[in-house]
Design a binder for this molecule. Structure first.
Ligand SMILES: CC(C)(COP(=O)(O)OP(=O)(O)OC[C@H]1O[C@@H](n2cnc3c(N)ncnc32)[C@H](O)[C@@H]1OP(=O)(O)O)[C@@H](O)C(=O)NCCC(=O)NCCS
Length: 145
């Protein structure tokens, strides 16, 4: 059974291993760790006490911003991502958010499908938002909560 908990500093290393294997252009280790230090909110999804997924988001007044979500490959399509996103939505509501924003690569059809299932809508395309080895446009999506 999947269990959601607040991510602690000691969970970061395990979570970063998932980031590296699931994101074509992963955050740098420094960005990943400093995200924790600057106070972004993060949740871990554990299976048998081991981290199999995580979500990171920021919250300011009436808005939350989903910054990163990933589930280890062997656990994908088993509901872990949904539990993480549902918990993030609930926490955002409790914090007073009315809207959640995110950006996703236009080529990441799996993630776009995932967010669409949660009724996120496509607001805009930001052309050439992602540069580097895997250039791509960003799809900006949002959800009223
Ligand atoms: C996106 C991601 C977090 C989803 O997590 P997950 O645990 O696999 O998702 P769930 O099992 O909860 O799936 C929920 C729904 O998402 C959609 N979905 C998930 N995986 C999918 C796939 N491979 N193909 C099509 N739709 C998919 C489906 O609608 C699914 O519902 P269903 O299984 O009832 O059809 C996961 O695929 C992942 O880690 N991807 C790599 C990292 C990434 O792209 N992050 C997003 C960056 S913006």
């Amino acid at each position: 059974m999947y269990e959601i908990s607040l991510m602690s500093q000691s969970d970061l290393k395990e979570a970063y291993e998932i980031e590296k294997t699931t994101n074509p252009t992963p955050w740098s280790k420094e960005n990943f760790f400093s995200s924790f230090e600057v106070g972004h909110k993060s949740l871990a999804c554990k299976y048998n006490k081991r981290i199999v997924g995580f979500i990171i988001f920021s919250h300011i007044k009436k808005e939350s911003h989903l910054l990163s979500i990933a589930v280890e490959k062997d656990h994908q399509r088993s509901g872990a991502g949904s539990i993480l996103l549902k918990t993030m939505i609930n926490q955002s509501k409790v914090l007073g958010a009315k809207k959640i924003y995110l950006e996703v690569r236009s080529k990441n059809k799996v993630a776009i499908n995932f967010y669409s299932k949660f009724k996120f809508i496509k607001d805009a395309i930001r052309t050439n938002y992602y540069s580097g080895d895997s250039p791509d446009d960003a799809v900006l999506m949002s959800l009223d909560i």
